[in-house]
Design a protein around this ligand. Structure first.
Ligand SMILES: Nc1ncnc2c1ncn2[C@@H]1O[C@H](COP(=O)(O)O)[C@@H](OP(=O)(O)O)[C@H]1O
Ligand SMILES: [Mg+2]
Ligand SMILES: [Mg+2]
Ligand SMILES: [Mg+2]
Length: 355
């Protein structure tokens, strides 16, 4: 019998590869070329929408009855208010079509709506974006799409990730992360950037190039001493508390500085090189989104790690578009998780007694 979820994995890899190429080309054409002012966020908006259209089109053609939870929605594109907005919409549609119609590669299936001659109409592209409007839930099959995760990193030329997962009955079964700016091999930077992490439940985590070549299984390395430990955290201090992390770091007697990195590239990096990914809320109100953690969580679990909230509870992907109340996210190797949880509880107590 063939392994389960192999077609799902292949469709997700095809979608992530095409969307990653699109994102890199938008960066090279629009951001690097410095045709924009520093605060202009339009390249990331263009790349976000076009990449979601590409991924959603492929997933929908491959699995027409599956539901999709995507970060973006096309309502603002449907009624452009001025020439600038009309131009942006045209750019999005043509970029999406460029990515969808490029030559078929090994693993691509022409019935997925891709390859030369498959250009879509404007309304098909907008509908593909809007197909990501499912509200989520605990039953049945649904995909998550984060077309560009780490939008701030993308604009800086730092890390970002194209992220897709398949959730069945609230459990993640397939996760794919495309990381165009992540080193292929941190020990050999000369090998260049661009990797993809792929996991199917029960079948391990693999790293490969963005085109799917050189797949190798990755495992979180064991932590033999506090000296080998380090924290992984967001660059943006409003996304997770850097000060809480430094308290935890002291409690764990960590001597190495924290590694700051945008996006779910953190999960990919952890899966192959270790570390402790800590994401504690900076204030009340924000709810973590399922597309920001579902693909990364299976990449970690299948690499031999654990992902939980700050209470040690598993993340619940069946509550809707968010993870519900924000109790933070902790991801690390199995051997370090209980020690980290104890330190987190202690740090929470210390914070409480100071307040
Ligand atoms: N106040 C907040 N707390 C936690 N996460 C937040 C946040 N505001 C935005 N985010 C999320 O943080 C993600 C980036 O994660 P990181 O901090 O690890 O780079 C963003 O994804 P997008 O860039 O896809 O919008 C966004 O969903
Ligand atoms: Mg995101
Ligand atoms: Mg995003
Ligand atoms: Mg966003």
């Amino acid at each position: 019998m063939s392994q389960p979820y192999v077609t799902e994995e292949q469709a997700a890899m095809t979608a992530v590869r095409r969307a990653s190429q699109l994102a890199s080309s938008v960066f090279n054409k629009l951001v690097k070329a410095e045709t924009l002012t520093k605060d202009d966020k339009s390249p990331v908006t263009i790349a976000d929408f076009a990449a979601q259209a590409v991924i959603s089109t492929i997933l929908h053609n491959a699995f027409p009855t599956d539901l999709i939870v995507g970060e973006e929605d096309a309502s603002e594109l449907r009624s452009p208010n001025n020439a600038e907005e009309r131009e942006m919409r045209e750019r999005i549609i043509s970029l999406a079509n460029e990515a969808l119609t490029s030559e078929l590669m090994l693993g691509d299936n022409p019935t997925w709506g891709i390859g030369p001659g498959t250009a879509k109409s404007d309304s098909e592209i907008l509908d593909a974006i809007d197909r990501g409007n499912y509200q989520g839930g605990s039953q049945g099959r649904m995909w998550t799409i984060d077309p560009i995760d780490g939008t701030k990193g993308f604009l800086r030329g730092d890390q970002y990730a194209v992220c897709v997962s398949l959730i069945v009955d609230a459990q993640v079964h397939v996760g794919v992360l495309g990381c165009p700016n992540l080193q292929k091999n941190p020990e050999h930077p000369e090998e260049g950037n661009g990797c993809m992490f792929v996991a199917i439940r029960g079948q391990g985590t693999r790293q490969m190039t963005l085109s799917g070549s050189n797949p190798t299984f990755v495992k979180i390395p064991p932590t033999n001493s506090p000296e080998s430990l380090f924290l992984l955290e967001s660059v943006d201090p409003s996304h997770s508390s850097h000060s809480f992390n430094s308290t935890v770091s002291n409690l764990l007697k960590i001597t190495q500085p924290s590694v700051r990195m945008d996006s779910q590239a953190k999960y990919g990096s952890l899966a192959r090189s270790g570390g402790i990914y800590m994401r504690m809320p900076t204030g009340a109100g924000y709810k973590e989104k399922i597309w920001d953690h579902a693909p990364g969580s299976i990449i970690i679990e299948e690499a031999g790690g654990v992902v939980s909230d700050s209470r040690g509870e598993p993340l619940n992907f069946g509550l809707g578009r968010t993870l519900g109340d924000n109790f933070g996210v902790i991801a690390c190797g199995k051997d370090t998780h209980s020690g980290v949880l104890t330190a987190v509880q202690q740090a929470l107590q210390e914070e409480k007694s100071k307040a």
